[in-house]
Design a binder for this molecule. Structure first.
Ligand SMILES: Cc1cc2nc3c(=O)[nH]c(=O)nc-3n(C[C@H](O)[C@H](O)[C@H](O)COP(=O)(O)O)c2cc1C
Ligand SMILES: O=C(O)C(=O)c1ccccc1
Length: 408
C-alpha cells in the first residue's frame, strides 16, 4: 500500500479500486460543475495568519456537535449508495467514525439498512431523511430510525429533484451495476472490489427494499426514488416532520439567510450550510462564501455547520474561523472508504485531524473553540458584490443585502 498523507492520495486509490460507474457518481457535480469547483477553489482564496512564540504544548481539537462531545468538529455527511463504493461500506464507515469519536450520518439512500448499521455499531448514529411522497413510508422510516436509537434526524431540503450529473446518465448508473460490455470490461480490472461485493448480500437500497410497498424491480430503484421524492415539500411539511421526531433536528441544504431564519423557526437544533457538494444547483455560490451571511443572520440561535468542498483540516479551520460551529465532510471520507474500507475512513479522519491540529498550532491557537476571524486573511471582495438582477435600488448592497432578502 502506498503511503497516504492527504485526502488526494485516497481519492487516487478510490479511483483505482472502485468501478468507474461508482467513482464517477462520487466525484460528479451537476451540469458544468462550476459550483463543485468553486467549493474547493474558494477555500484556497482564504489565507491563514501565522502567529509565533505561543506556547503550543497543550492543544485540543475536541469540540461539541449538539450535545455530543466529538474528537474534532467534523461529522461524516450522509452519502447515498456508499455500499457500492466498498461492500458494506455504511457499516465500515460507521464503525470508523465511532472508533474515532465523530458522528456518522446514514443516508436514506444507503445500501446497508438502518437496522444493519445499528446491529454492527454501538454508538448512536444519525439518520438522514429524504422526504418521499408516500407519507406512510416516511412515518415508517422515522419509526425505524427511532427504534434503532438514532440520536439525530438530518432532514435534507435541497434534493426534491436530482441535479443532473452527466456521467451518471452516460454510465447508466444503477445499484448493483447493469452488466453491459463496458461495465464488464471495467469490472474485470476491479476484482478486489468485485470479490468483496460477491461475499455480501447487501447490493440494493436496504432502507427501501422490503420497506416500500410498490418496489418490485430493484433494478429500477434509481428511477423509483426519482419518482418518489416529494415535490410538495414546503416549510409547513418540514414543521410536521419535525413534530414526529423527538431527538435533535438538523436541517441540511441551507444556502440562503432567509431560509436559515425559517429553519430556526422550524426548531432546527443545527443547520448545514451546504450546496450538496456541488451536485444540485450548479451556479449556486460555494458554501464557504455564503457562510458569513448566514452567520450574521442566525448565529447563536441554532448551530451552524458547513459542508461542501472540505478536503483538509485547513478547510475545517477556515470554516470554523469564519463562524461555523462545526463541519461535515462527504467525499473526503468516501474516498477513504473507496480506497481501503474502514481503515481508509479512519485514515481520512486522521489526516484531517492532523492538518487541523498542526495548522491551529502554526496559527498560534491551542483550542478549536478559540478560532475566529483573527486567524484569517479574507479577500475584501470574498462575499462578492452581488445584486438581484433587475433590482433598481439594491445596487451593490452585496451578498449581505441579497441573501437576507433585504436588498430593496
Ligand atoms: C456520492 C454522494 C452522495 C450523496 N448522497 C447524499 C444523500 O444521500 N443525502 C444527503 O443529504 N446528501 C448527500 N450527499 C451530499 C453530502 O451529504 C454532502 O453535503 C456533500 O458531499 C458535501 O460536499 P463534499 O463532498 O465536497 O464534502 C452526497 C454526496 C456525495 C458526494
Ligand atoms: O447523489 C446524491 O447526491 C444523492 O443525494 C442521492 C439522491 C438520490 C438517490 C441517491 C443519492
Amino acid at each position: 500500500m502506498p503511503t497516504v498523507t492527504c485526502i488526494e492520495d485516497l481519492k487516487r486509490l478510490h479511483k483505482r479500486r472502485a468501478p468507474k460507474m461508482f467513482f464517477d457518481y462520487a466525484e460528479s457535480g451537476s451540469w458544468t460543475e462550476q459550483t463543485f469547483r468553486e467549493n474547493t477553489t474558494d477555500f484556497e482564496k482564504i489565507r491563514l495568519r501565522q502567529k509565533v512564540a505561543v506556547d503550543m504544548s497543550d492543544r485540543s481539537t475536541v469540540g461539541r456537535m449538539l450535545d455530543q462531545k466529538v474528537a474534532m468538529p467534523v461529522a461524516l455527511a450522509p452519502v447515498g449508495m456508499t455500499g457500492m463504493q466498498n461492500a458494506d461500506g455504511e457499516i465500515k464507515a460507521a464503525r470508523a467514525a465511532e472508533k474515532f469519536g465523530v458522528p456518522f450520518t446514514l443516508s436514506t439512500m444507503s445500501i446497508c439498512s438502518i437496522e444493519d448499521v445499528a446491529e454492527h455499531t454501538s454508538a448512536p448514529f444519525w439518520f438522514q431523511l429524504y422526504v418521499m411522497r408516500d407519507e406512510e413510508f416516511v412515518d415508517r422510516i422515522i419509526e425505524r430510525a427511532k427504534r434503532a436509537g438514532c440520536s439525530a434526524l438530518v432532514l435534507t431540503l435541497d434534493l426534491q429533484l436530482l441535479g443532473q450529473r452527466h456521467k451518471d446518465l452516460k454510465n447508466g448508473l444503477s445499484a448493483p451495476p447493469k452488466l453491459t460490455p463496458a461495465t464488464m470490461l471495467d469490472l474485470s480490472t476491479k476484482w478486489t472490489w468485485g470479490l468483496e461485493m460477491l461475499r455480501t448480500k447487501r447490493r440494493f437500497f436496504g432502507n427501501i427494499v422490503g420497506h416500500a410497498s410498490d418496489v418490485e424491480d430493484t433494478r429500477s430503484l434509481m428511477k423509483w426514488t426519482a419518482e418518489q421524492f416529494d415535490l410538495k415539500l414546503d416549510w409547513e411539511k418540514v414543521r410536521k416532520i419535525a413534530q414526529k421526531w423527538d431527538g435533535k433536528l438538523i436541517l441540511k441544504g441551507i444556502l440562503d439567510a432567509g431560509d436559515a431564519r425559517k429553519a430556526v423557526e422550524c426548531g432546527a437544533d443545527a443547520i448545514v450550510v451546504s450546496n450538496h457538494g456541488g451536485r444540485q444547483l450548479d451556479g449556486a455560490l460555494s458554501s464557504i462564501r455564503i457562510l458569513p451571511s448566514i452567520v450574521r443572520e442566525v448565529k447563536g440561535e441554532t448551530e451552524i455547520w458547513l459542508d461542501s468542498g472540505i478536503r483538509s483540516g485547513q478547510d475545517v479551520l477556515k470554516a470554523l474561523a469564519l463562524g461555523a460551529d462545526a463541519t461535515m465532510i462527504g467525499r473526503a471520507w468516501l474516498y477513504g472508504l473507496g480506497a481501503m474500507g474502514e481503515k481508509g475512513v479512519t485514515t481520512a479522519l486522521e489526516v484531517i485531524r492532523k492538518e487541523l491540529d498542526l495548522t491551529m498550532a502554526l496559527c498560534g491557537e491551542r483550542d478549536v473553540a478559540d478560532l475566529g476571524p483573527h486567524n484569517l486573511l479574507v479577500p475584501r471582495d470574498f462575499e462578492g458584490e452581488w445584486q438581484e438582477s433587475g433590482g433598481s435600488a439594491g445596487v451593490a448592497q452585496g451578498l449581505r443585502g441579497v441573501l437576507t432578502g433585504r436588498a430593496q
